[in-house]
Design a protein around this ligand. Structure first.
Ligand SMILES: [Zn+2]
Length: 160
């Protein structure tokens, strides 16, 4: 698997699912960012649950395994690093996640924002446009020695 040469907005080495790969390859060829507003509708098929000042709240189109809920907040403008985030966007994100977790009766889980890129590998995001996850793992689906983990990076030549 080689890193994208002509599309700096996506990282093919971070793609997790086979059904996701085809779409990501198309995006890679197009050379644009799938999370930018002008392209979002084309690739993201889940409804937008809320549009805030800073974020679109939706659900992940490429669910992880063994989860009950997987919310995705996509920053409305193209930024890639947490240092570019307006503190007010942080406040809105927590408000959105909080309200939606109440609505869904989410018992527990975690929130994750990966950011940035490196020639030495990837920080786990297939799309560099800043986005945030709220995940409720399905504890009953996990094996006795299994823990639900979120990846924050892997080296360039990582193999499963
Ligand atoms: Zn973008």
């Amino acid at each position: 698997m080689s890193e994208s040469k002509n599309n700096r907005f996506v990282q093919m080495s971070a793609v997790r699912r086979e059904d996701q790969r085809g779409v990501m390859e198309e995006i890679e060829k197009e050379g644009h960012c799938p999370f930018c507003v002008e392209n979002l509708q084309k690739y993201h098929k889940n409804p937008i649950l809320e549009e805030g000042e800073f974020w679109f709240l939706t659900e992940n189109q490429w669910p992880y395994e063994k989860i009950k809920h997987q919310l995705l907040a996509i920053h409305k403008t193209h930024i890639e690093h947490i240092s570019e985030l307006d503190p007010m966007a942080g406040a809105e994100l927590i408000r959105m996640f909080s309200e939606e977790s109440k609505k869904r009766g989410i018992e527990g889980g975690g929130v994750a924002i990966r950011f940035g890129s490196s020639p030495d590998g990837n920080y786990g995001s297939s799309v560099l446009h800043l986005h945030a996850h709220l995940i409720e793992p399905d504890l009953k689906a996990l094996g006795e020695t299994e823990a639900w983990k979120f990846k924050f990076g892997q080296p360039k030549n990582y193999h499963k």
